[in-house]
Design a binder for this molecule. Structure first.
Ligand SMILES: [Zn+2]
Length: 67
């Protein structure tokens, strides 16, 4: 299993990113601890997709727009 790390890039609304596959996790929950728990949980559950960053970025952008 590849080593991966969740990096917090923004505090409000909370935005974290997987340093391994660049997947983004955002959460607007308050307090901030609850949001951090939420994205940490989703980070732990996600499967890294490192094969195509360009496609991944497009998907993230689309999702971000919807949010
Ligand atoms: Zn990942």
């Amino acid at each position: 299993m590849a080593k991966r790390n969740l990096r917090i890039v923004r505090d409000h609304p909370l935005l974290g990113i997987c340093e391994y596959c660049n997947m983004q996790f955002s959460c607007g929950l308050m307090p901030i601890e609850a949001a951090k728990d939420d994205i940490q949980e989703r980070f732990n559950a996600h499967e890294c997709e490192q094969q195509d960053f360009a496609q991944d970025a497009a998907r993230i952008t689309k999702k971000a727009t919807k949010d």
